[in-house]
Write a protein that binds this ligand. Structure first.
Ligand code: CA
Ligand code: CA
Length: 177
């Protein structure tokens, strides 16, 4: 482990901060829950604000924080829906099969999950919810952001927003390398 990199390329912080950040995230019931997941149900609500919608694709980045020593980052590409999704005010539900990724409940948290847009058509969310379904069929709320920040635009065009945001809407994404 060489340090902690902010994916948006803003800065690399020290090993000491890595330890502090890990210390603050490795607490709570979810971090001890190793039930395997077979499905992620991702609900994305787009803001009503003008031009909040996007025609661009996106992906989810999930870092497996407990898989030492490499902390692999899983990339998930939601399938294109049959309609013009993620337009202003729309709410979409994506079903992602994650059986191949060997994710567990503790892998998918607000701290470990990010959203990346793949184009320059700015996108502003209203809310983001991720519910996991374990291999035995139990639903578990993994990520809940009912109030996405109103300045939390996503875009590969830096004049419009950030290409990567955390699942809570903040700029950048903490990736341990
Ligand atoms: Ca579509
Ligand atoms: Ca837009």
């Amino acid at each position: 482990m060489s340090g902690l990199t902010v994916v948006s390329g803003l800065r690399v912080v020290s090993m000491a901060l890595v330890v502090v950040l890990l210390g603050t995230t490795v607490v709570g019931a979810q971090d001890r829950d190793t039930r395997p997941l077979r499905t992620l149900w991702v609900t994305v609500q787009t803001s009503n604000e003008r031009d909040a919608g996007t025609d661009d694709d996106f992906k989810l980045l999930i870092q497996k924080r407990f898989t030492l020593p490499s902390y692999p980052v899983i990339e998930l590409n939601p399938a294109d829906l049959r309609w013009d999704e993620n337009e202003d005010g729309r709410t979409e539900l994506y079903r992602l099969d994650v059986r191949q990724q060997e994710l567990t409940v503790r892998d998918v948290t607000a701290q470990s999950t990010c959203i990346e847009i793949l184009g320059g058509d700015g996108w502003l969310l209203q809310s983001l919810w991720i519910v996991g379904e374990t291999t035995s069929g139990e639903p578990v709320l993994l990520v809940a952001q009912p109030r996405w920040p109103t300045d939390g635009w996503l875009s590969t065009d830096r004049d419009e927003g950030e290409p990567v945001r955390s699942a809570m809407g903040g700029p950048g994404c903490l990736i341990i390398t």
